[in-house]
Design a protein around this ligand. Sequence first.
Ligand code: SF4
Ligand code: SF4
Length: 369
Amino acid sequence: MKKELALGMMRLPVDGSGKIDYNETNRLVDFFLEQGFRRFDTAELYHDAQSEAAVRDCVVKRHKRDSIEIADKLTSWRIPEEMTAEEFFQRQLQVTQAEYFDRYLLHSVEDKIYEVAEEKRYFDFIFRKKAEGLVREAGFSFHGTPELLDKVLTQYPEVDFVQLQINYIDWDSPSIRSRQCYEIARKHGKKILIMEPVKGGMLANLPAEGAEILKAAAPERSIASWAIRFAAGLEGVDTVLSGINTMEQMIDNTALMKDFQPLSDDELKALGKLRAYMTRIPLVECTGCKYCVPACPLELPIPGFISVLNNAQLFGKVKGIAHTYRWLTEKHTPADCVKCECCTAVCPQHLDIPGHLERLANWVKRNDL
Ligand code: SF4
Ligand code: SF4
């Protein structure tokens, strides 16, 4: 049985200067389409605002429009003061040259964004675009509580789909509550799209002891494949998004979605064992969405710092950490954080970012990095 996979255009391969590597992206896009997949997901802010142009150059310009599907988003906090939602939308159409969007989402709905969306009537705007034929399906991506999700879906039954953050580690997490959000979306009969099934790549890089649990259960399967199969195997899931950036990941992801096999009872037991092991390691649950970076007055590379902190927690002082840390601290170190909390206000995971940066600064000092 084939399951739908969407290529998330937020973690594309980059060259030495950090720019999107178009040759490598073209290779990934072509392979993805050759395997029978067609969905691409972008947003204005991805890749320092370069993702929509990459969608245009690597996808839209190189393939027939009716052989591809493009999803884009109304990212409310990126609409400049002087710009209307209509102008923002028209600019997205112009940049991507997509002519229309197969899916258009109100981006990252949580309490504050919902408040703004209500004030500016953003849902009505998206439904209007659908009525005009410029959007095929209207939805939203969600990072709030199950209670808010219920409220939004009750208020706007016209929504075609909801994009949820679901992975096997957060499934019963008391802060993210993905199982409850999933159940609310099912109750409202909505199509479910899943984002971050591999938790920003974290579930592809398990600590050795955790990886061993999965390898013992199915030695031939990649570690990341467990996360994709868990997400895609949930009933009512229409599409799983994956931020693929290497050919190895592309081959693995497309193969397992083309001939999808849900997790067996034994595999589910192995995941349970892994979860029990992982809950003993306190990691920072950052998904790497980068919403915090432009909000920070110093533009600190927050997700990079948090990833160093998590890796330090898992692996201790290893060579790769020192290398990444040096590269991240060209302009600022985590100790430069002024604790203004502008970042925490926009973090969909509600993380105590200044607190984590302080922990990292202390760890660096202790380990003489
Ligand atoms: S609290 Fe620190 S990391 Fe967060 S926005 Fe302020 S300076 Fe940046
Ligand atoms: S700290 Fe929060 S906003 Fe920043 S990248 Fe991580 S999850 Fe996203």
